[in-house]
Ligand binder design. Structure first.
Ligand SMILES: *Cc1c(COP(=O)(O)O)cnc(C)c1O
Length: 407
């Protein structure tokens, strides 16, 4: 075993489990093994009490009623349940759903499935800053529209939408509003009722809780929202999601919610300072570096930067033995595709391919950020030193005028 320290700056992919969360979960593996649905002995009651407490903590974080929280296996399932569940439940009212091109695949692929089931989906393009054009949204609503689904904060850029404005438009037209808030819950205040969100999807493992547990908020009053279950079985979770509850996972997610509520403000202050330092140092020490997305409406722990004329995947290889980040390219089958989110912001393939997403977290230290800054500066300079394109750029050749041969 090496004792080399790794630096984790990929908290948008998943957060480490807070040790206090792990501690809260442990008794529910062995000491309290009950099934929360066993109503006739103390083991079941203990498990049910633990689930109730977790439900209350999560509801408190969102400022909603505990009865409005449905436990699932994660945000992917919550997105599927919300979208397909609303589509099936409200079919008689209409078949049209509005979402955006920058949504997570869990939303986009659910929408694709809904299209194959006879639904109609509008995929709104976003503005270059990553935010929804509110006029375009309103113009897309028609009599058959039943649902608008817009994520609270984007996983790649951290851009936060104007949730209240979107909620107002949905309310005005009497359509349901769903949000994938996976990246926002536990990190910034997320109060769905205050902005007119009726369904809210989120997950434990992006808020310092365990993987494999998530939840869906479903508004119960004004309007009373219902979703058709996507899983048939024992009728758990008010009939909306059958299956034995993941008691240790739910306990952990509840603990994570409690910690988030108490520490969100201080976490944000500390982490955003580190993020700002990272961003400032990189963009001043490295010319031709560009921040992607609206910096005025952004999660406090995320920065997405393109280093022009540097290929992100190659850059990552200069430091990925020590630092974990994400690049703006995704390996789809055999080819390296630029991030569809960055392309939707209007970035060309070159800038999208040259982007790196840094997502800091509760356990990120200043020492780690200082180390990462130096490693990045070294890496980008190294890549550019080797790059004929960078050399041409430095010689003042207009690269946009060059016709590259296709191979
Ligand atoms: C991570 C993520 C998901 C998927 O969550 P899982 O719990 O891993 O299924 C969905 N939406 C967004 C925005 C995410 O960041």
């Amino acid at each position: 075993m090496s004792n080399r320290k790794l630096i984790y700056l990929d908290n948008n992919s998943t957060t480490p489990c807070d040790p206090r969360v792990v501690e809260a979960m442990l008794p529910y593996f062995y000491e309290h093994p009950g099934n929360a649905a066993s109503r006739n002995h103390p083991f079941g009651w203990e498990a049910e009490d633990a689930v109730d407490l977790a439900r209350q903590r999560i509801a408190a974080l969102l400022n909603v009623d505990p009865k409005e929280i449905i436990f699932t296996s994660g945000a992917t399932e919550s997105d599927n349940l919300a979208l397909k569940g609303v589509f099936e439940m409200y079919k008689s009212k209409g078949n049209h759903i509005i979402t955006a091109t920058t949504e997570h695949k869990a939303v986009l692929d659910s929408c694709k499935k809904i299209e194959s089931m006879g639904g109609e989906v509008t995929y709104l393009e976003v503005q270059p800053d990553g935010r929804i054009d509110l006029e375009k949204l309103e113009a897309a609503i028609k009599p058959s529209t039943i649902l608008v689904s817009i994520m609270w904060a984007n996983n790649e850029t951290g851009v936060i939408q104007d949730m209240k404005a979107i909620g107002d438009i949905c309310a005005k037209h009497g359509v349901l509003f769903m949000s994938d808030a996976t990246q926002a819950v536990g990190k910034i205040p997320v109060h769905p009722k205050e902005v007119g969100v009726h369904l809210l999807a989120f997950t434990g493992h992006k808020m310092y809780g365990p993987k494999g547990v998530g939840a869906l908020f479903v508004n119960r009053k004004n309007p009373r929202v219902k979703v058709t279950a996507q899983m048939d079985g024992g009728g758990h979770e008010r009939g909306m999601r059958s299956g034995t509850l993941n008691v240790p996972g739910i306990v952990g997610m509840g603990k994570a919610a409690e910690i988030a509520m108490n520490e969100m403000e201080s976490d944000t202050q500390r982490i955003s300072k580190l993020r700002d330092k990272l961003e400032r140092e990189l963009t001043t020490r490295l010319e031709e570096s560009y921040i992607n997305g609206d910096v005025a409406h952004r999660m406090p722990h995320v920065t997405n930067i393109s280093f022009k004329h540097v290929e992100g995947e190659g850059l990552m290889m200069t430091f990925n033995q020590e630092i974990g980040v994400s690049s703006g390219s995704a390996c789809t089958s055999a080819s390296l595709e630029p991030s569809y989110v960055l392309v939707a912001l209007g970035l060309g393939d070159d800038l999208a391919h040259s982007s790196i997403r840094f997502s800091l977290g509760r356990f990120t230290t200043e020492e780690e950020i200082d180390y990462a800054i130096d490693a990045l500066v070294k890496g980008v300079n190294h890549m550019r030193d080797l790059s004929p394109i960078w050399e041409m750029y430095k010689e003042g050749i207009d690269l946009s005028k060059i016709v590259w041969s296709e191979h």
